[in-house]
Design a protein. Structure first.
Length: 291
């Protein structure tokens, strides 16, 4: 399942406030032919990853109906990694230095076949670098990013999801923010709806703020990712690389829905047969034209 629209949608909705302002009531549509679920299998909660599983080892329930698993891939599909960085004025100084160092560490950990991109957000959203195999281009964009203005966290997250799914590969979105949204045109509900339709997995890192990062908590939960709440930004590089390594250990489980309605919210449950294990995956997906 893909969020609709190519990079042109990113440009018109995110970079032009007049267009983005009309997106509050947008209904996203998708034709479900095959469902892809990124699943992290560990021996126990937060334990070591389980490797070597195949299609016959998985059970997937779609709205309670057992499905036929068609394909399971493990660390084979190239990644589209989108760094999505808060560049509001509160990030200036030491935090910005930490972000630059962390971004460089993440880019250095990518494989040749992976792509990376950069989305920044402050009072608006910027496309620092499109998806590219050119690691140097993304590193330069991170180095040149400057902090100022307010925080359009919701808009930035939507732009990242759209960009991550604009090319073949598995989309990993890593969002960093040190504050709550103060400037977005899109509503949080509209972006959470888009996330429900998307194959992208969102991980987020939140620095201390006077309010809890509820939007980041929701979007990471809906996509099967994880939220890290940190006291200091000095460890961002370690966290970014840890997220990438964890994502590589996830299985990509694919199936064609059978015996269920085509539209609406589909509750998902992913299990591993005959093994005590913990499976982390998105809780469901939204299909068809349902809002």
């Amino acid at each position: 399942m893909k969020t609709p629209g190519p990079i042109a949608l990113l440009a018109t909705m995110m970079l032009q406030p007049s267009a983005a302002g009309t997106a509050q009531n947008t209904v996203f549509s998708a034709k479900v032919e095959m469902v892809r679920v990124d699943a992290l299998v560990t021996e126990r909660e937060n334990g070591p990853a389980v490797v070597g599983l195949g299609p016959s080892d998985f059970e997937v329930y779609d709205n309670g109906v057992l499905q036929q698993v068609d394909l399971v891939s493990f660390d084979e599909v190239p990644l589209n990694v989108i760094l999505t960085l808060d560049m509001s004025d509160s990030v200036a100084g030491e935090r910005l230095d930490h972000l630059r160092t962390a971004g460089a560490a993440l880019i250095a950990a990518l494989k040749n076949e992976d792509q990376a991109g950069l989305v920044t957000f402050s009072q608006g959203v910027g496309l620092g670098a499109p998806l590219t195999h050119d690691a140097g281009r993304v590193e330069r964009a991170i180095e040149n990013a400057a902090a100022s203005g307010d925080t359009a966290l919701v808009d930035g997250t939507y732009a990242a999801i759209t960009l991550g799914e604009s090319d073949a590969g598995r989309a990993l979105i890593i969002v960093f923010s040190d504050g709550v949204d103060t400037a977005s045109w899109l509503s949080a509900d509209a972006v959470l709806t888009a996330a429900k339709r998307s194959d992208a997995v969102v991980y987020a890192v939140s620095a201390p703020s006077r309010l809890k990062p509820e939007f980041l908590r929701e979007v990471t939960s809906l996509t099967g990712g994880r939220l890290f709440e940190v006291e200091k930004t000095a460890a961002l590089g370690e966290i970014f690389v840890r997220v990438l390594e964890e994502f590589r250990r996830r299985y990509l489980v694919s199936y064609t829905p059978r015996g269920v309605e085509k539209g609406g919210w589909h509750r998902l449950e992913v299990r591993v047969k005959g093994r005590r294990s913990s499976v982390k995956a998105r809780p469901g997906y939204l299909a068809g034209n349902s809002p």
